[in-house]
Design a protein around this ligand. Structure first.
Ligand code: GRG
Length: 352
């Protein structure tokens, strides 16, 4: 199979149904998790409210796509671990990516169930960060995902606690005995925790760096990058690696995922800065122009909109190339049907 240039976008005719399928699976799993957690009111309602808003689900999609991509790779040569038998793929299932029956694609086994746990974990952690980021003591925002923020609806104390409990659930879900999940796999769960915990901590550290930067004069591109590698990038990296781990990724595949994630994470943030100045509040579902209002250092401020767009594109290209190279090393994998490449294209095209 020939290497396609990194700059060439793959068709993603099958991505939207994949997205819908991920939303459906996640929605059921959120219900099951909250039934299991039995939180008191109004904490339970606040948690349901923020977890069922219209988020894009980028991080669970990254988990699911990395899982699907690695499973595709794992059909062929280069497998180095002992789980080859349990991961043996029915190629027909991979082909169903086109029809996007996620359950059929990913199969109902312990690996798939660990993938569902990981999808939930990253979305819980991400949502907690948004709830806390919106609080009056942070960005003091009233709109998120097209609806009033948690502290506006439930008050500051309940919003604070909702963020707290979403964070603890993000870790608990990896090993919780929830009736709708197969019993957790201890080996996979420990690997997931080892990936997830330090990156969750880095996300918070990145937020502190970001707050520090608000108080300082203009910062350099390198300093901005250091902030976003942690604040935004760490969780994106966790999501891709966790999806890969659930599918039994080889060391080489994990390196490719990490390489891709580091570029995509930064690209996502550059894009966020661009959208903040080019898109309306209605379209974004959160206040447009908030970076300016809070006098944040952004890529747009540092380099201007056009250069920031070019930078985002080059980062997306690098991310795509990391996966394309790995797929190319696994000769029978079609780039046109690859979940991660399709997700990257969808991210590049996003308008909110
Ligand atoms: C621990 C309080 C605290 C914060 C951690 C992640 C974070 C730092 C704060 C969230 C606010 C923010 C602007 C983060 C940058 C990353 C980013 C672009 C978040 C928005 O993610 P989307 O676009 O949101 O995926 P949806 O709503 O679609 O899930």
């Amino acid at each position: 199979m020939s290497v396609s240039p990194a700059s060439r976008f793959v068709p993603f005719t099958h991505f939207e149904p994949f997205h819908t399928a991920v939303r459906g699976v996640l929605s059921q799993d959120i219900d099951a998790l909250f039934a299991y957690a039995r939180l008191p009111e109004p904490l339970a309602e606040a948690c349901r409210y923020v977890m069922t808003g219209q988020g894009k689900l980028v991080r669970p999609l990254l988990v699911a796509s990395a899982f699907a991509t690695v499973r595709t790779m794992s059909t062929i040569k280069g497998r180095e671990d002992e789980t080859l038998d349990t991961l043996a793929i029915n190629e027909q299932k991979i082909k169903t990516l086109a029809t996007s029956d996620l359950e059929a694609l990913l199969d109902s086994d312990v690996h798939y169930d660990m993938c569902r746990r990981a999808m939930l974990a990253v979305e819980l952690l991400h949502t907690y960060s948004l709830v806390h980021d919106d609080l009056p003591s942070m960005d003091d925002d009233a709109l998120r995902r097209g609806q009033p923020t948690a502290h506006i609806v439930f008050g500051e104390a309940a919003a604070l606690l909702a963020g707290d409990v979403l964070q603890t659930l993000a870790f608990e879900v990896l090993t919780a005995e929830i009736p709708t999940f197969a019993p957790f796999d201890a080996d996979i769960a420990s690997k997931l925790l080892a990936i997830f915990a330090p990156r969750a901590r880095r996300m918070v550290a990145g937020q502190m760096l970001d707050l520090n930067a608000e108080a300082s004069a203009r910062i350099t591109c390198e300093a901005l990058e250091a902030i976003h590698r942690d604040k935004t990038g760490a969780l994106i990296e966790a999501a891709m690696l966790m999806g890969g781990i659930c599918a039994g990724a080889t060391a080489q595949a994990r390196m490719a995922l990490q390489d891709c994630a580091q570029h995509i994470g930064l690209a996502f943030q550059v894009q966020d800065d661009i959208l903040d100045v080019t898109t309306s509040t209605d379209e974004l579902g959160k206040p447009a122009g908030s970076d300016e209002k809070l006098d944040k250092s952004t890529y747009v401020k540092l380099m201007g909109v056009d250069a920031a767009k070019a930078y985002a594109q080059s980062l997306f290209n690098e991310g795509r190339a990391a996966i394309s190279r790995e797929l190319d090393a696994n000769e029978n994998t079609s780039e046109n049907e690859d979940a991660l490449l399709s997700l990257i294209e969808w991210l590049w095209a996003r308008k909110k």
